[in-house]
Write a protein that binds this ligand. Structure first.
Ligand code: NAP
Length: 464
């Protein structure tokens, strides 16, 4: 048998999840010029690009331009896209073992973490990730409802997802109408009664998880202004000491913007965004089953023995009125069928991208990259180096002969199985037709695209 990865015996790789980590897996493999590799990229949706399509905010179109590089990978003759095909439903691990030498899971972190406080199940309490998926037109969320008749909204967490949610709630209809926000969200936000938005950080300004461009943008909105009390904008002594010892340009810039906002005079724009620091929600208060307020515990900053800066309750509490609450405290990975999972971390159990069992032993043929490998952190580009590491391990294992020994490694055999299991498989050429139809709908409205938010409408573009 010729070497795996030779022209006579190409390496066959199945990639599960067509988001950034999936595409960076392809581009990293393409760098190994001596290797002949055939890659099949699967996604449960008919559309590729994962969170670039369904997570990146619609008013941040520049961040979506990475899809041009992803398209180049998808167009390679040794790459196939199988959209609308779900691992665990249409294909099982045994199917993949019969057709591929290696399988890499790049399926991301689809759900969110909860706060573990009373009242989280009340009507009007949502995860930010649901709202993000809804306004970005993810088909699973097209029927979600958010009560935008409320005047006050609280967002728990001060990361970039919280900033996205706050910005979408604070932008004017005119600002949103030029984006590719889902039509259902644009219509709902047009009638929004939201006037006050609170962003709640449990630690201080020096520990905010958002990045400088995002906090800067908050001060530049057409119909909203941003404020923070001087008290909460102030950097405490412990954080200052930490910063002096560990200077960080991003943190300094964040503090600069926050200080500026604390000194701004409120002009009376239609919406007011208030940054709060050193407050932890301890209860979501309801009336007749609906959220009406949040009980907040006030915190002070403390340094742990390990040097970590943590919030410590002072014993003081307050009630903040809000009719809608979004928890934005991080995405969360969920278990993948027949793959070892670390429930505490919410990731596939792995070492440098090699899937390992509970005793730390590598599981032959299985790999992972992206958020399901390392947790929900970093920007889009972080997935490039993340996938690079895993692909390096995959190439090492192939050289050592550690892989599945598929009984049917041909491209056609896998394709036949996929189409038998899912007759409505969407190819890359099919996606290009869906893409063109969305862009065409957008042109009429001077928008980047108008998204299909239902799978049946995407498939209708492809006819019979
Ligand atoms: P994140 O950056 O991890 O922020 C999570 C926030 O939730 C932090 O402020 C954290 O505070 C807070 N938090 C966690 N547990 C909490 C609790 N029990 N009570 C109160 N607050 C709590 O997560 P994310 O905002 O979901 O973003 C995920 C990743 O995507 C990040 O790397 C982010 O930068 C990236 N992203 C980037 C962009 C962009 O570049 N524009 C846009 C969206 C997302 P502590 O720090 O105190 O834990």
């Amino acid at each position: 048998m010729p070497d795996i990865g030779s022209t006579a015996n190409p390496l066959r790789v199945a990639i599960i999840g067509a988001g950034p980590a999936g595409f960076y897996t392809i581009s990293n493999f393409l760098k190994y010029k001596e290797l002949t590799v055939e890659m099949d990229l699967y996604d449960r949706l008919p559309t590729p690009y994962g969170l670039v399509r369904a997570g990146v905010a619609p008013d941040h179109q520049k961040d979506k331009s990475v899809t041009r590089a992803y398209a180049k990978s998808a167009e390679q003759p040794n790459v196939r896209f199988y959209g609308n095909v779900e691992y665990g439903k249409h294909l099982q691990l045994t199917d993949l073992q019969a057709h591929y030498h290696q399988v890499i899971f790049t399926n991301g972190a689809p759900t969110d973490r909860d706060l573990g406080i009373p009242g989280e199940d009340l009507q009007g309490s949502h995860s930010a990730t649901d709202f993000v998926a809804w306004y970005n037109g993810h088909p699973d969320f097209a029927d979600y409802q958010f009560d935008l008749s409320q005047e006050s909204v609280a967002i728990v967490g001060v990361g970039n997802v919280a900033m996205d949610v706050a910005r979408i709630l604070c932008k004017s209809y005119a600002e949103l109408a030029e984006t590719d926000i889902a039509d259902h969200a644009l219509a709902a936000l047009k009638n929004s009664q939201v006037k006050r938005v609170y962003l709640l950080g449990r630690r201080g300004p020096a520990q905010a998880a958002f990045t400088p461009p995002e906090i800067k943008e908050m001060g530049e909105l057409a119909e909203a202004e941003v404020t923070v009390s001087a008290d909460e904008a102030r950097v405490d002594a412990i954080s200052q000491q930490f910063l002096d010892a560990n200077p960080d340009k991003n943190v300094e810039k964040n503090i600069g913007f926050i200080t500026d906002y604390s000194q701004r005079v409120i002009m009376g724009k239609a919406k007011l965004l208030t940054l709060r620091f050193l407050v932890s929600p301890i209860e979501i208060i309801g009336e007749a089953g609906h959220v009406v307020a949040l009980k907040l515990a006030k915190n002070a900053i403390t340094a742990g023995k390990d040097g970590a800066i943590r919030p410590r309750p002072t014993g003081e509490e307050e009630v903040l009125e809000a009719g809608l609450v979004f928890r934005s405290v991080g995405y969360q990975g969920i278990p993948v069928s027949n793959v070892p999972f670390d429930a505490k971390q919410g990731t596939i159990r792995n070492v440098e991208g090699r899937v390992v069992d509970e005793s730390g032993q590598p599981v032959t043929g299985l790999y992972t990259a992206g958020w399901i490998k390392r947790g929900p952190s970093g920007v889009i580009g972080t997935n490039k180096t993340c996938a690079q590491e895993t692909v390096a391990r995959m190439v090492e294992d192939i050289a050592a002969g550690n892989c599945f020994m598929p009984v049917a490694p041909g491209v056609d055999a896998a394709s036949a199985l996929v189409h038998e299991r899912q007759p409505q498989t969407v190819s890359y050429a099919d996606w290009l037709k869906i893409d063109a139809a969305e862009i065409q709908k957008g042109e009429a409205q001077q928008r980047p695209r108008v998204k299909f938010t239902r799978i049946k409408d995407m498939l209708a573009v492809l006819g019979d």
